[in-house]
Design a protein around this ligand. Structure first.
Ligand code: HEC
Length: 185
């Protein structure tokens, strides 16, 4: 089991203990360099190659020329290989599964990770179940889940338009290494 999978498990335990109050959609925040991020106190962590908010959640980082950080680009790619068959292109939803662009207006990062890792079954009137599969053992999902989250958060905050991103930053070395460790571990 990799560190990444373990840390997702730790998050799930936390979520079960603390019943999380829904947060009100706050929308994006502009940094003093003019980039858009998902909340207060965004800083780049060179050891992980990701941007984080002071809350500890990862965030997208979109420059004023529209260029996105590599983690967000990675999320765009992985969302469209692992999630879009059910949740629709670019997170807009389908008749079968909810629009994640709506979900992330109120859902916390921790709750997002918990639902993806553990799945969820909701029994519908009439017998058909609504099933979100548990993907916690799927490295193609879990090794990239922060990227999928920040991409969808950027879509939800209306910072990232539909379609293929126009420009991206180069891949931080630390991010590539962490992906390799997650996959091989
Ligand atoms: C096989 C279809 C399927 C796939 C693949 C799938 N989902 Fe889901 N997902 C669902 C369904 C159906 C629900 C609604 C479950 C319910 O009724 O609560 C759901 C619910 C969710 C929710 C909770 C939304 C909310 O508003 O409460 C999140 C978050 C989520 N999925 C994320 C993902 C991510 C991220 C991926 C890709 C890594 C993914 N899902 C892949 C079918 C799928």
């Amino acid at each position: 089991m990799t560190f990444k999978l373990l840390s997702a498990a730790a998050v799930i335990t936390g979520v079960m203990l603390i019943s999380s109050a829904p947060t009100i959609w706050a929308g994006p925040v502009k940094t003093d360099k003019g980039a858009l991020v998902a909340g207060e106190g965004a800083e780049f962590d060179p050891d992980e190659g990701k941007w984080f908010l002071e809350s500890g959640a990862p965030t997208y980082h979109v420059q004023d020329n529209g260029k996105i950080d590599f983690l967000t680009y990675r999320g765009f790619q992985r969302y469209h290989s692992e999630c879009h068959v059910c949740h629709g292109p670019e997170g807009v939803g389908s008749t079968y599964a909810p629009a994640l662009t709506d979900s992330l207006k109120t859902m916390s990062y921790e709750d997002f990770v918990a639902v993806v890792a553990s799945g969820r079954i909701v029994h519908q009137p009439g017998g058909a179940d609504s099933v979100m599969p548990a993907l916690g053992d799927n490295k193609n999902v879990m090794c990239y889940l922060d990227g999928i989250y920040v991409y969808l958060k950027g879509r939800s905050d209306e910072v990232i338009p539909r379609g293929r991103p126009k420009g991206k930053e180069s891949k931080p070395k630390a991010l590539g290494e962490a992906e390799d460790v997650c996959f091989e571990g």
